[in-house]
Write a protein that binds this ligand. Structure first.
Ligand code: COS
Length: 382
């Protein structure tokens, strides 16, 4: 379907697609098997200015928005979700600075992020604070001119590889979510170390590690906004990034669908290509329809975010939940259409199916997204 992209948007799509086909597809299986961080591909994305897409021009970016970011994420996800997760998680970690940072913080950090020189990671989740994001226990105490951080963040994408970390910690334990604050912590700061690299079902080329803070001292200027707004910073960050997770769902679904169609045209059974059988056609028809519906919603929500709308919470949750459920369903059905071949590592769809599962879990489980949508509906009725 034609989504009437501008010339510039079509160019971004074509660049991301070319990188996906030429640089990612040939190595994705090896990266997955070796659980190898895709540094070479990150360098190519940096050279193509893709890290700066959503960063304003005055801070060295291209001055585009969520829509362009979603287009790039979708194309990369078509080839490999491990790679696109690495790329998108850097954007996630950047949003606290972009949305709430001071001009000094933006000047200090955004140009290197836009050029791809420094990757970013977002640190909210902890062992006892996943869906219950307000349950974090990491603390940040102001001592003189420094904040002293103590605690452990869990399952942090880009952990160990990123240079810049945006961290949510409690400055006042007695106030619940209103006692949280957001901070910028640089890799190499004394008292900041990394736990073991997690071994995952999918997105295995991406890095997932613990962040450990033991009396980690950072300058007090590294607070983002002010004390007490950290939970809002986190929630607004997620509001802005969840559409991108939806774009990952669209991308991986499209990648798996393309493989399934190609296979169904070649595979002969009962003397005919299996695509000529109605059972297979109906599966492919549903997959194609769902992908288009998911893409239309993700694009509409990204444009809504870029319009400057104040409250996008419900809509970004809708894009995330719908498009990632489609991602899981379509990759699973692609394996089914391809049968035994789909289950083999020789074909890419088994990896796509393993990779897709995380989309229903990270950046808020799909159950949490439904809670978020439900809560917004309750508010509207008041
Ligand atoms: N934008 C702005 N403010 C928001 C917000 C949003 N999207 N969502 C919540 N808030 C505010 C609320 O208005 C409330 O403020 P007040 O105390 O002033 O009323 C405060 O934040 C606490 O909100 P709430 O009471 O709804 O918090 P809960 O503890 O019930 O948590 C959910 C709400 C479930 C929405 C939240 O915990 C969540 O999104 N969890 C999933 C987190 C997640 O995505 N984790 C993945 C790891 S990060 S990659």
């Amino acid at each position: 379907m034609d989504y009437f992209l501008t010339e510039e948007q079509a160019m971004i799509r074509d660049i991301a697609r070319q990188i996906a086909e030429e640089k990612i597809v040939p190595v994705r299986r090896e990266l997955d098997e070796k659980e190898e961080f895709p540094w070479e591909i990150m360098k190519v994305l940096a050279q193509s200015d893709l890290f700066g897409l959503f960063i304003p021009e005055e801070y060295g970016g291209l001055g585009k928005g969520s829509f362009e970011l979603c287009i790039a994420v979708e194309e990369l996800s078509r080839a490999c979700l491990g790679v696109s997760t690495t790329y998108a998680a850097s954007a996630l970690g950047t949003y606290p600075i972009l949305l709430f940072g001071s001009d000094e913080q933006k000047k200090k950090y955004l140009p290197d992020i836009a050029s791809g020189k420094r990757l970013v990671a977002f640190g909210l989740t902890e062992a006892n604070a996943g869906s219950d994001a307000a349950g974090i226990q990491t603390t940040a105490k102001l001592v003189g001119n420094e904040y002293v951080l103590n605690g452990t963040k869990q399952w942090i994408t880009n952990g160990g590889e990123a240079e810049v970390y945006t961290i949510i910690a409690l400055t006042d334990k007695t106030k619940g979510p209103r006692g949280a604050s957001a901070f910028i912590v640089e890799k190499g700061t004394l008292g900041f170390t990394f736990g073991k690299k997690e071994e995952k079902m999918g997105i295995r080329s991406s890095s997932t590690r613990e962040l450990v803070f033991e009396n980690c001292r950072i300058p007090k200027e590294n607070i983002i906004s002010k004390e007490g707004v950290g939970f809002i910073v986190a929630m607004k960050t997620l509001d802005n990034s969840r559409g991108g997770v939806g774009a990952q769902g669209v991308g991986v679904a499209q990648g798996a669908f393309d493989e399934a169609v190609k296979f169904a045209k070649q595979r002969i059974q009962f003397g005919h290509p299996i695509i000529s059988f109605q059972a297979v056609q109906h599966m492919l028809a549903d997959m194609a329809t769902e992908i288009e519906a998911a893409r239309a919603l993700v694009y509409a929500v990204a444009r809504f975010i870029d319009s400057g709308a104040k409250d996008v919470t419900k809509e970004s949750a809708m894009a995330k939940v719908f498009a990632t459920d489609v991602g899981m369903r379509v990759t699973t059905n692609a394996v089914q259409v391809m049968g035994g071949a789909g289950y083999m590592r020789e074909y890419p769809v088994e990896k796509m199916m393993r990779d897709a599962k995380i989309l229903q879990i990270y950046e808020g489980t799909n159950q949490i997204q439904r809670n978020v949508i439900g809560q917004a509906l309750m508010k509207k009725q008041k």
